[in-house]
Write a new protein. Structure first.
Length: 851
């Protein structure tokens, strides 16, 4: 094709969003993987799998559809999994959603498919679809499912769950209901017409339910008599693995849920029931033309690509490049025509063709930024290194960016195995937004995220902050224009080379030492603010005004004016970029009363820029590190809380913030190591508390348990927070002195009434008198994994239940054992304490104080 004006092409590219499916650089492909990619280029069919959460997806089926049937395959998850429990660390809520998003992307890199979302928020366990759809906002999330269908244009949609409720969780059933409604609505011009500015109408051919198979389905099971069958256990010699093996690797990316999966081998039949669309007798894609001829003008491209695939020589992949470039030109011409501009194939296949050409030439494009962070209005150096490992005569024509100052016309021939390097400086506009995930830029509603730009809805993560445009040419007048993001690379001594996105960050961030400060009496307390300088260079001063007090939703404005801070402000001087500094203020609470207020740290640079954003770093080895920004605020909880005892030993389980909450009310908390658990030297603690899922997540608890029981027998107090039996089993038969059984029963409505079963129980009276009001203002849920069949030596304390269910007493057990006290509690203290619920503090302190 003719060489085009590169600036014009850059503008077009930004509209078409041709970019790799992931921010991370593509892994180099071996010859077998190139062969698979070439085969996939010949197929023009697509499937969208729909469910509710990260980990719901049938990864073996997704791997099969994408690599055996060679369809473009996507997983649409309603939510990002924000409401689950975290087995890796203490991130909860939206931070957990960020982790799970990255885990899904890691899974998709493994099974070769794409990831999409709606704005629905995982608000925690829901017992039915009616509640779910009311909280999500039915029309809003339906619009997002329709939007994803209109943009992806799948031939076939497959749901994980049935609409009839066997999926258990209300989110599951709701995902199937919405898929069914969207199947019809996506082709209806009267539904969500605003979307049609950016995407065409689309009628998928069929909607299936991927028959629910928590247990293997026997081939003679009458329920599958009419179902279509696919064997997803097929072996793919080009991958050297079966799809069930690929699935195990993909599924094991869900590490925050502890879903490491074993590899299965052998046949793995899956069954499909038609829910809507054209009947099919033998195959879910029956009668669907998935060849290039399905679209006008496509036949010629299909022929060339078939030839490329048929003649591929693994010993010399570059011989295939001329055919791929021929197809590239044909597609480039076609994509300008009306028939092709209305559907996504031109963009998708262009992207895949570029990847195939790069792979066949062994071309590596490394765009390394000088740092992982940059501030708006400043500059960052970027080194571009391009190497061609073939004799195909490519030339690196141009390295450009909207923000390059200036772009570079390199025009350097890419000789086999000789890298071409060029350095650029990127200057970001002064008003460039910080790299907050797009769905977290505005405060969410209860059931959904707020996203203003329609075009962002559905995509898994932010587009790269610094996209670069690389133009390759050859001697035959071909021009390949690729968008490749600048990334930051560094070497971790243990994990080797790691890669992360470049984030645009505030010049200075302010973080408070804790999210909640408890004031159990009228004593002032130190509150520390941490400042980090990302941008300002040279010695510069920042005035930290520190505190403004406010009431907020859920908090009261009572007593606001009585809070004081000393000093009123502090000046901090940074010598250079990257420095941290901190300042401590004494905060004096109102003398009396019970209230939750807020405190905000606020600073100003010399040139008057406001600093009120805090930063959270998420860093685990299995996902690229993430930066999340939030307001520099903390909750202040003022409640008169009396306590007994001072020293607490805490056995951290899966991870929670309860120790810092206990410190807030004056306990001296020691986190017990495995060695401490072995020594069993517990007598020095007034009370020992086990963190959430300690009897699941801390293997050493199996051996420590008898010693803990001995400690109770000798007069200690042991408080055990909830454990579960799934996905990790209990490490002991019973995590208590007398029998009981852990179930999966929950009370999910956070406002559910709580009854005092034994109003005279010491847990409700000493040292703090507990009243109904102490159960106000709870978040997400009352409790989870309640117990049943408890021994009569336990006394129950509280009872609660969700609407239309019987009262459940198994949320809290209290017993004496020997000279000591044992408490098992399934109430969600680990959520209420960090949320600053005053009543939860009082009640939990009563548990820790119990004798
Ligand atoms: Zn789920």
């Amino acid at each position: 094709m003719l060489r085009r004006n590169v600036a014009l092409v850059i503008t077009l590219l930004s509209v078409l969003l041709i970019r790799p499916a992931s921010l991370l650089a593509q892994k180099p492909l071996d010859a077998a993987q190139i062969q698979l990619a070439l085969k996939k280029l010949t197929v023009v069919g697509s499937a969208l799998y729909v469910a509710a959460h990260p980990d719901d997806e049938n990864t073996a089926l997704i791997a099969y559809l994408g690599n055996e049937r060679l369809y473009r395959t996507g997983y649409l998850s309603m939510t990002r999994g924000d409401g689950g429990q975290n087995l890796l660390g203490d991130e909860k809520g939206e931070l957990l959603g960020v982790i799970r998003t990255q885990e899904l992307l890691a899974a998709r890199r493994t099974d070769g498919s794409e990831q999409f979302f709606t704005r629905a928020l995982d608000f925690g366990f829901s017992k039915g679809p009616v509640e779910t759809l009311a909280i999500w906002n039915h029309d809003l999330i339906l619009a997002d499912v329709v939007w994803n269908i209109r943009r992806f244009q799948p031939d076939v949609i497959i749901t994980r769950f049935p609409t009839t409720g066997e999926g258990g969780h209300g989110h599951h059933t709701a995902s199937a209901i919405l898929a069914g409604e969207a199947f019809a609505a996506a082709a209806d011009p009267t539904r969500f017409p605003d979307q049609l500015k950016y995407a065409g109408l689309w009628q998928p051919k069929r909607l299936f339910w991927n028959r629910f198979n928590f247990q293997p389905i026997k081939p003679d099971d009458p329920s599958i008599a009419k179902s279509l069958r696919l064997d997803v256990g097929t072996f793919n010699p080009l991958l050297g693995r079966s799809y069930t093996e690929v699935a195990a690797e993909s599924r094991s990316m869900h590490k925050s849920q502890g879903f490491g999966a074993a590899e299965r081998r052998g046949t793995a039949p899956n069954y499909f029931d038609l829910i809507a669309g054209d009947p099919a007798a033998t195959d879910i894609f029956e009668g669907i033309d998935t060849s290039w001829s399905r679209y006008p003008g496509g036949e010629a491209i299909g022929k060339v690509l078939q030839q490329a695939s048929d003649t591929f020589d693994p010993k010399n992949p570059s011989k295939t490049i001329p055919l791929l470039l021929q197809a590239y030109d044909l597609l480039d011409r076609l994509s300008a025509s009306a028939a092709w501009s209305s559907h996504p194939w031109a963009t998708v296949k262009m992207r895949d063709l570029q990847a195939a050409i790069r792979a066949c030439a062994g071309i590596s494009i490394d765009i390394a930024a000088g740092d992982s962070s940059v501030t708006a209005g400043s500059t960052i150096p970027v080194s571009v290194s391009v190497i061609n490992r073939s004799d195909y005569p490519f030339t690196l024509a141009m390295v450009a960016s909207r923000y390059a100052d200036p772009s570079k016309a390199v025009n350097a021939p890419l000789t086999n195995n000789i890298p071409v390097k060029t350095d650029l400086t990127i200057k970001l506009p002064a008003d460039f937004p910080i790299s907050q995930p797009y769905w977290l830029q505005k405060p969410p509603n209860k059931g959904s995220y707020v996203v203003d730009d329609q075009r962002l809805i559905g995509i898994p993560e932010n587009p790269p902050a610094i996209p670069m445009v690389i133009t390759l040419t050859d001697n035959a007048m071909h021009t390949i224009i690729m968008e490749v993001p600048a990334v930051y690379r560094w070497t971790d001594a243990v994990q080797g080379e790691r890669v992360r996105a470049v984030d645009v960050v505030p010049e200075v961030t302010a973080n408070l030492g804790s999210g909640v400060y408890g004031f159990p009496d009228a004593q002032p307390k130190p509150v520390t603010v941490w400042l980090r300088n990302f941008g300002v260079t040279g010695p510069v001063s920042v005035r930290l005004k520190f505190v403004t007090f406010s009431g907020a939703p859920g908090g009261s404005s009572a007593g606001l004016s009585a809070w004081r801070s000393d000093p009123a402000s502090v000046v901090i001087t940074f010598a250079k970029k990257g420095e941290e500094a901190h300042a401590t203020f004494m905060v004096k609470p109102p003398p009396k009363g019970e209230m939750t207020n807020f405190l905000a740290a606020e600073a100003e640079t010399v040139d008057g820029k406001k600093i009120d954003v805090g930063i959270t770093n998420i860093d685990y080895p299995h996902i690229p590190p993430q930066r999340i920004f939030g307001d520099a605020v903390a909750k202040l909880v003022r409640a008169d809380i009396k306590k007994v005892g001072t020293s607490v030993g805490y056995v951290m389980g899966a991870g929670d913030d309860v120790p810092s909450a206990l410190r807030q009310v004056g306990y001296d908390v020691t986190l017990l190591t495995d060695d401490d658990l072995d020594r069993g030297d517990f007598a020095k603690y007034d009370t020992i508390v086990t963190g959430v899922r300690a009897y699941n997540a801390r293997p050493r608890m199996r051996l420590a348990h008898p010693k803990l029981m001995e400690y109770v027998k000798n007069g200690g107090t042991l408080v055990v927070q909830y454990n579960s039996t799934n996905p990790q089993p209990l490490l002991v038969d019973v995590p208590g002195p007398y029998p009981f059984k852990v179930t999966s029963e929950r009370v999910t409505v956070e406002e559910a009434p709580v009854r005092f079963v034994h109003p005279d129980s010491p847990l409700l009276n000493t040292p703090n008198k507990i009243t109904d009001a102490d159960f106000n203002g709870w978040v997400q849920e009352r409790g989870l994994y309640f117990v049943k069949d408890w021994d009569p030596q336990y006394q129950t304390v509280l009872a609660s239940h969700d609407p239309n269910e019987p009262d459940k007493e198994g949320g809290e057990l209290y017993a004496h054992y020997g000279k000591g006290t044992f408490i098992y509690t399934s109430y969600a203290w680990f959520r209420q304490l960090p949320a600053g619920v005053p009543g939860a503090y009082k009640m939990f302190v009563n548990l820790v104080s119990a004798k």
